[in-house]
Ligand binder design. Structure first.
Ligand code: GDP
Length: 356
């Protein structure tokens, strides 16, 4: 499961990607191809569990990110960028809202909403062109051979075209399971979940007005948006100690870095939730598809645990924090034993019982 980072040139994509993944990109040739990386999931729940259990080993969950080439006339006209995006499971669009005379802007001025709309239009246009071509081919084929599946697909494509012509992304179109199956192998981009990171100037980090500007569009288009300052994140990443980082955040009047919210939004866009395993040896965060049952989560840890699954012993992160210890959870009836039909919830702490 991977999230592709997209955006116009000079919006802060590379800066954010570098901070999130720790990869430094120095080779200019890389600007023209997708660059893969992995980001630690920053989750304060994990940090608190590590504090509580003081384990020998701690393992964060990780998220695959891909820095995609900038969207500009050349990549758009060749279409490579769309091919790259269609290979992703979700997309994070970085929009520039910071002013800086030293950093040129491809459109000549900073206007975050205009750029956001422009990129969205390009994505819708890509899907529209694909649908139009498909309609052309299917219409010709349906005339020659009376294939029921092709007829069905043609009806669906016409429905999709009418939707795209209203400048709406396909993720807003309701599709039946059969319809979804028909288009599963097609490279539609606007079906994918989208997260927007609005890269603001440092003094605008708490400026909810900027987010408000996006809210209307984002709500209407089923997009999640957040503010981030790539410059601030880069400065924080340079600091060595947790105390220094804390003091820096306090100076800015904010409580946490944006990276935690950004990775959380990316996970949400992939329909992933977190669960934890804890103990003196290891505290670890794991990711699993939302609505997964306990044996599937067990399988994320190891296939043997899924195969030999007997039961899951579960407690909840929030309840652990409230009551302070596993012993208190047990005393208060907050230690649950669940079977194979249990649907794992975000923040569950699991201990899988299994037979070999
Ligand atoms: P990309 O082209 O979208 O990958 O953008 P980069 O991450 O390479 O950033 C382009 C330029 O903008 C670089 O010179 C960055 O240092 C600068 N930049 C990125 N984010 C910020 C920011 O939040 N504030 C300011 N002032 N400059 C930034």
């Amino acid at each position: 499961m991977k999230v592709g980072i997209i955006g116009l040139p000079q919006t802060g994509k590379k800066t954010l990607f570098q901070i999130l993944t720790g990869n430094e990109i120095t080779d200019p040739a890389k600007a023209f191809k997708p660059v893969p990386g992995t980001a630690d999931i920053l989750d304060s729940r994990f940090d608190r569990l590590v504090e509580m259990y003081a384990p020998k080993k701690e393992v964060r969950a990780r998220l695959d990110l891909v820095l995609l080439p900038k969207m500009e006339a050349e990549t758009i006209s060749k279409g490579d960028i769309f091919k790259d995006i269609s290979d992703m499971d979700a997309v994070c669009h970085v929009v520039r809202a910071f002013e800086d005379e030293a950093v040129y802007h491809a459109e000549g001025s900073v206007d975050a909403l205009r750029d956001f709309d422009m990129v969205n239009s390009e994505l819708v246009m890509h899907d529209q062109i694909f649908v139009e071509k498909r309609i052309e081919r299917l219409s010709a084929m349906v005339k020659k051979i009376k294939d029921e599946d092709q007829k069905k697909e043609l009806v669906l494509m016409e429905k999709m075209l009418a939707h795209l012509e209203q400048e709406l992304p396909l993720r807003l179109l309701e599709l039946s399971e059969d319809e979804e199956k028909l288009i599963r192998s097609y490279p539609f981009i606007t079906l994918k979940k989208l997260v927007v990171a609005v890269n603001v100037a440092e003094h605008d980090l708490g400026n909810t007005g900027i987010l408000e500007v996006f809210k209307g569009s984002c709500d209407a288009l089923a997009i999640e948006a957040m503010l981030v300052s790539a410059k601030v994140e880069a400065e924080i990443a340079m600091l060595d100690s947790a105390e220094e980082k804390q003091a820096f955040l306090e100076d800015l009047g904010i409580t946490s870095t944006a990276l935690e919210s950004l990775t959380a939004l990316c996970l949400k866009s992939l329909d992933l939730i977190s669960f934890f395993t804890v103990g003196k040896d290891e505290v670890r965060q794991w990711l699993v598809r939302k609505a997964s049952k306990a044996p599937t989560a067990a399988g994320v840890i190891h296939s043997d645990l899924e195969r030999g699954f007997i039961r899951a012993e579960v407690f909840k992160y929030d309840e652990l924090m409230e009551l302070g210890s596993e012993a208190e959870l047990k005393k208060n009836g907050k230690f649950y034993v669940e079977g194979k039909d249990y649907v794992v919830q975000d923040g569950d702490i699991l201990n899988i019982r299994f037979s070999v």
